[in-house]
Design a protein around this ligand. Sequence first.
Ligand SMILES: CC(C)(COP(=O)(O)OP(=O)(O)OC[C@H]1O[C@@H](n2cnc3c(N)ncnc32)[C@H](O)[C@@H]1OP(=O)(O)O)[C@@H](O)C(=O)NCCC(=O)NCCS
Length: 183
Amino acid sequence: MPQFITTKHGERIGAERLKTGDGPALQAFNASLSDDVRARFLPHAYDDETVARMIARAEADDDRAYVLRVNDAIVGYFFLWNFMQPVPLLGIGLADEFQGKSLGPQMMKVLIDDAKDAGRDGIELTTVPENEAAFKLYRIMGFEHLGEVENIAGDGRKVIERLMFLPLKPGAEPSGHSPKPPE
Ligand SMILES: CC(C)(COP(=O)(O)OP(=O)(O)OC[C@H]1O[C@@H](n2cnc3c(N)ncnc32)[C@H](O)[C@@H]1OP(=O)(O)O)[C@@H](O)C(=O)NCCC(=O)NCCS
């Protein structure tokens, strides 16, 4: 059953778990992004094999992954990788024309509620230093900026990103692992 989130203009959009059959729409979502947005949100490669692996991980709940769907198109993709670990890794991205409509905070809330309900210790994320819109959103949602880390982008590039952490339990600590796409 989809959960619904609402744009600031009142449009209701269904958030559904990523599942078998979503591969072509997920690839089309990535292909639709402007180069600027893809430079900020390329969590993994989008070849058939990688996409099939991400869907299998989502169906096994190794990752808690959602898509936002409008008609048959995916317009948002958001997830907690390594959902079974004490500190999952969050990612979130919207198609260009769906940004700036207040969907991001609601997508974050879905993921934070899932992590809390599952008893996780906290949530980590990384973001490129020039992504001020995302950095602002994450701070509003309660994430602390811990410093800079080396990360592996979806195209294999090494990038320096800001590491952020949201504790969900008193005294919770970041994972201490290098952030990278699940294998
Ligand atoms: C970052 C993101 C998740 C925020 O979600 P959102 O629904 O757009 O956020 P909001 O509508 O609540 O807007 C939050 C702020 O970001 C600004 N913003 C949103 N999209 C923007 C854009 N494309 N360019 C510049 N600013 C933008 C808004 O103006 C707002 O600023 P304000 O509070 O000063 O008015 C979303 O814009 C997105 O997916 N961006 C591209 C991919 C990305 O950067 N993902 C995060 C990778 S770490």
